[in-house]
Design a protein around this ligand. Sequence first.
Ligand SMILES: Nc1ncnc2c1ncn2[C@@H]1O[C@H](COP(=O)(O)OS(=O)(=O)O)[C@@H](OP(=O)(O)O)[C@H]1O
Length: 499
Amino acid sequence: MDYRNLRLAICLGTVAASLLAAVQFCFVSTPTKVLVDKAVSAIKSTPIATATEATLKNGEDGAQLLASYVSQSKSSPILEYIRRQLDDEKENGTASSYQNSYCDLQGGDWCPTGKDAWQQKAPAFMVLGAKKAGTTSLFASLVQHPQIIPAVRKETLFFSPRRFNFTRYLGEDDKKVKVQTIRQDYLSLFRPDPLQRKGEGKVSFDATPGNLLHWDTAARPILCSCPWVKLLVIVRNPTDRLWSNYNFHKEQVTKQEAKNDTNNNFYSFEEYVRNELLLMTRYGLVEKSSPRTQQQEQEQSTTTRLPSLDDAGMAKAWSAYTATCQSAVGRGMYVLNLLGWFKQLRLMGRDPKDALRIVRLEDLKGNDKVASQLLEEVTDWLVFDGGVAASDGVTKQPPKNKKRSFVHFMETYKHSVKKPVLSETTRSMLDEFYAPYNDLLSRLLEDERWSYRRGEQGKQQGEEPVVWPRNLGIRNDGDEGPFYHPTSSGQSTGICSST
Ligand SMILES: Nc1ncnc2c1ncn2[C@@H]1O[C@H](COP(=O)(O)OS(=O)(=O)O)[C@@H](OP(=O)(O)O)[C@H]1O
């Protein structure tokens, strides 16, 4: 290569690198259609996308376009990964090994006690998500409980990867979580005058729905800084959730465009889903079931596809995918997201059945005695370690405002919202796409009603409300509750016991 050609090559290389950096920067900072556009155009420039790309032409049926993309669900690497995890789910660690491996206490106490103790103010529980599964209703219902106090806003977003200060909160090798630094900063998001709560049996909580999706980055910092925390999850039929996510995103973009006086038609729902499936394909999470040519295989291995989905590969692929789009499809892969949390809990020696409760929005809708009882049971568990007995002589207090009790809120919400309708063809295609994930969820939770199968009349399976674990409110060991939280005032047990 002569000098001029070399100079030209260097210039072109520099321009390409700058463009790539600009695209990456935009991905993490622009939460609108632009983000998806950029992600998709980046994909289009790779051989993988060229192999799978299809464009919606004028008048073309969106459902038809989507069909080839959802057919991949049966053989996707992500499903294989989940199955492997489920076969291998017995792996248990201990609190001290977890703490030694992942949590840098910086001279502090993992489970401080005493009246100035951090956890007097810290969250006793968190609502992890899922986004668009009724978390706002659930939040509004929970705060009706006189012993439950929210953070300064519903979603603190403190542990969300786009806000979380990785440099400040993680050690140099990104492995150990700086517990004291997180506690010091996170605490500012909780109500002042926490000592007033001492002895009153009150507990704080954070309800950031993205934390379910971001198990790969959020679970460890959360569990290192609040090792006692209880986790509450609400899910919803993943197709309905996805549709709601799309409409919400569309509305946001439309509003923004009206403000900027621009008007680009937002993607159709089918294109929106297709774009995400393309991204997932790019990161090796799902793949087209049609056999690839040898050339395509070669091209794929030299681009961004990750070689295999072992634990590290999965976390990396998931982070890459969730950083580049709304993650609207992945948020409904509940089993994967929960497994990420299960794994961390097991590593720290906590049984997910004790640490986590999962409810379905479908069971909380409507003015139904059972739904009301369900929420009451859940709140008893959140405040009193299972509702069996209040510690320190703290007794259960009546709701603040009877008129706005759980069910009342749920009911008025339902009637006040007018919703666009999803076409039946697309709905059943997405139901089919999510079916294997839902089946694996029911395997994980040991109850087939989590599979969200529809009956003949299109009704969701399961006549009785589903909550996991099913023995809610009854301790399985008959012993002290497994968590330390503000109401237990030094009588710590489980992960925070003095052992
Ligand atoms: N009580 C009751 N009955 C029926 N549906 C309900 C109820 N409460 C919340 N919802 C539906 O949940 C969707 C909003 O979920 P989130 O509050 O989690 O949204 S967000 O993540 O906080 O943005 C939103 O879904 P869509 O209407 O389908 O978009 C709400 O209508």
